[in-house]
Design a protein around this ligand. Structure first.
Ligand SMILES: C[S@@+](CC[C@H](N)C(=O)[O-])C[C@H]1O[C@@H](n2cnc3c(N)ncnc32)[C@H](O)[C@@H]1O
Length: 260
């Protein structure tokens, strides 16, 4: 992006999409750096289960890592291939058609330094088995990054939109859905997600609330106020690790390591 400031001193503005990805991306990038140092290598083996069209896989490959994306959708894998080529990382990304439940039909057990499972547990038949398989794909001490829809964020959003009955329905529904028209098959509390990880053999290192404010703030405030986006990104980053905000986040992120 061209720098509009005289002398080019202003840092480039973040795109609005950073509100969806920046908290998780910063945490993930640090975790991969740490894992690479521990392993004494610049290039880790990373598995992205349900990696779709590569919104995380491509940036991870740009860091120099080798990424395998497993996804059941041929369209997503096609888009991934195109995106990887455009980013110049086609040689470091492999797309494989497969499912988290049949993961070891297509990838090796104990074969990866880091495994991502972002935005997938909401859709799978058995989230506990999904997490167990992602953990089983890790080498000892490997890093796991789980991201899933948060229950509290959806309840708050429905309530603030005036849909009070739907908000209450989501609170009591076992899958955290607000009704038949809810496009999300399942949501999680921070406790449910950390329990899934821990039961699967993960030492949970950190939990982050993602998009605590971003989905509640009128877009016009972010788009018209100079520097509002940067300030909101900093606020999201500051609130992400505070447990008080986990219960109202749109998404929850769990970072951990496979227990030896
Ligand atoms: C919301 S997208 C998330 C994509 C990507 N992980 C990201 O963060 O941008 C959900 C992805 O999960 C994939 N998916 C759905 N069911 C799955 C399953 N049983 N096993 C693996 N992936 C699955 C879909 O094809 C889709 O690409």
């Amino acid at each position: 992006m061209p720098d509009p400031s005289p002398g080019g001193k202003t840092p480039p503005r973040q795109p609005r999409s950073a509100l969806r990805t920046s908290v998780v991306w910063e945490v993930l990038k640090d975790a991969l750096d740490r894992r690479a140092k521990v392993r004494g290598t610049d290039s880790l083996d990373v598995l992205d289960t349900g990696g779709g069209s590569g919104s995380f896989a491509v940036p991870v490959a740009r860091l120099g890592h080798r990424v395998t994306v497993v996804d059941p959708s041929p369209n997503a894998l096609f888009a991934l291939e195109r995106r990887a080529a455009e980013a110049g990382v086609a040689d470091r990304i492999k797309g494989v058609q497969g499912d988290v439940h049949g993961l070891f039909d297509v990838v090796e057990r104990d074969g990866y330094d880091a495994v991502l499972c972002h935005g997938v547990l909401e859709y799978v038949d058995d989230p506990a088995e999904g997490v167990r398989n992602t953990v089983a794909a890790l080498r000892a001490d490997g890093t796991i990054s789980l991201l899933a829809a948060g229950l509290g964020g959806a309840v708050l959003a429905r309530a603030l939109a005036g849909h009070f009955t739907e908000a209450r329905q989501a609170l009591t529904d076992p899958a955290g859905r607000w009704g038949d028209g809810d496009p999300m098959p399942r949501r999680f509390t921070a406790e449910q997600l950390t329990t899934l990880a821990s039961d699967a053999g993960v030492e949970v290192g950190a939990v982050h609330g993602v998009r605590v404010f971003a989905d509640l703030v009128p877009g016009v405030l972010v788009d018209t106020e100079p520097r509002a986006l940067e300030a909101l990104l900093k606020l999201e980053a500051a609130a992400a690790e505070l447990p008080a905000f986990h219960s109202v986040a749109t998404q929850l992120h769990v970072l951990g390591e496979k227990r030896a």
